[in-house]
Write a protein that binds this ligand. Structure first.
Ligand code: NAP
Length: 332
């Protein structure tokens, strides 16, 4: 397999975590980093061992030696950042939530398809072995027909208006930051767009949701999901079927452990697959595998699943009357 040259756009929290995995995965080379300031780019490159560092995203996009760009900026920047790189012929691995809404997502996917580029949401959970194994259990009928999914992602976050989580202009709020994981799980388990989406949110003084709860009704079952910054929680996930159930341990989307129970609640099987690096290696390998095979869409993170989740989030925000500033302004 060719060693693909990756660039990281943005130098924040997740960029650092991803850079650690990137520098250890044999299929990829951490080639370049781009920041809004040259100083930050240089420091990041030095810390994680990138060859090139750029003081603007535009300069990074102009580098013809880069194969793929990992976008690690706040949600409101994803669209502009991805379009910049797509227009320069770069394959895109874009952090969750990939865009503010479905309209932006559709434009990005169309642009990537026109340029014959791979576009994948960096939904790392879906590439982790434990998650794949759980979906296998369900496909094999180990818990029978699934009737119910319960998944939460709540944690206590101290209010800080300068943090992207609380900033409407950066696409803040629990929905795009946290609920995207429970929604992804529910969509993977039921495999369809729900018949109805019912939700409520606590919208804070800055105009983003601080917490939310969502009920999805599918043809044959329900999902009850919640997320927020206001309470600590046991963030496990439960998938119940007619013959048994599956529980992902606490912090379900990043746990390496899941257990299978029969209908009496007795444990039948437990898996624990420790990460090889820090859990982000699997999405990097999946991305490289797709590049190697010339795929424009990942099989583990297909566009259809990213689109389904985004459509549900659009519906929630519409019901809450929650809009991001400039979300309808499409600059191209
Ligand atoms: N997969 C995961 O486990 C995971 C975990 C956390 C976050 N995420 C996702 O990753 C993305 C980034 O999250 P994060 O927590 O890393 O954010 P963060 O710490 O705030 O970092 C974001 C970076 O984006 C760049 N940026 C560009 N325009 C910006 C602006 N107007 N305001 C602030 N920063 C700007 C900055 O880098 P420069 O100044 O260097 O340009 C900044 O360091 C989000 O989409 C988030 O949902 C994913």
């Amino acid at each position: 397999m060719k060693k693909y040259r990756f660039a990281i756009l943005g130098t924040g929290r997740i960029a650092a975590t991803f850079a650690k995995a990137l520098s250890e995965v044999s299929e990829a080379e951490f080639y370049a980093v781009g920041s809004r300031t040259k100083q930050k780019a240089d420091a990041f490159a030095e810390k994680f061992g990138a060859v090139k560092s750029y003081g603007s995203y535009e300069e990074l996009a102009d580098d013809k030696d880069i194969d793929a760009v990992y976008i690690a900026t706040p949600m409101s920047c994803h669209f502009d950042n991805a379009m910049l790189c797509i227009n320069k012929g770069k394959h895109i691995l874009c952090e969750k939530s990939v865009s503010l809404d479905s309209r932006q997502l559709d434009i990005m996917l169309k642009a990537a398809a026109e340029k014959e580029l791979l576009f994948m949401e960096a939904m790392w959970t879906k590439c982790r072995p434990v998650y794949i194994k759980v979906l296998d259990w369900i496909r094999q009928g180990r818990i029978g027909k699934v009737k119910y999914v319960k998944a939460d992602f709540n944690n206590l976050v101290r209010y800080d208006r300068s943090d992207r989580l609380f900033a409407p202009e950066l696409g803040g709020g629990a929905l795009l930051d946290l609920l995207v994981y429970p929604l992804t799980l529910s969509s993977d388990v039921f495999g369809e767009y729900p018949e109805s989406v019912t939700s409520a949110a606590n919208i804070g003084k800055d105009g983003v949701d601080l917490s939310n709860a969502v009920i999805l009704k599918y043809k044959n079952g329900f999902a009850a999901l919640s997320s927020g910054f206001e309470v600590p929680n046991n963030n496990n996930a439960l998938i119940s079927g007619e013959k048994g159930s599956i529980i992902f341990s606490d912090w379900f989307f990043c746990t390496s452990e899941a257990a299978l129970y029969d209908r009496n609640g007795s444990e039948i099987e437990r898996i624990n697959i420790p990460d090889e690096i820090n859990g982000y290696e699997y999405e990097i390998r999946e991305f490289c595998r797709c590049l190697d095979k010339g795929l424009k869409e990942s099989t583990l993170v297909p566009h259809s699943s990213t689109k389904t989740v985004m459509k549900i989030m659009d519906k929630c925000r519409s019901d809450w009357n929650m809009q991001y500033p400039d979300e309808n302004v499409i600059k191209m």
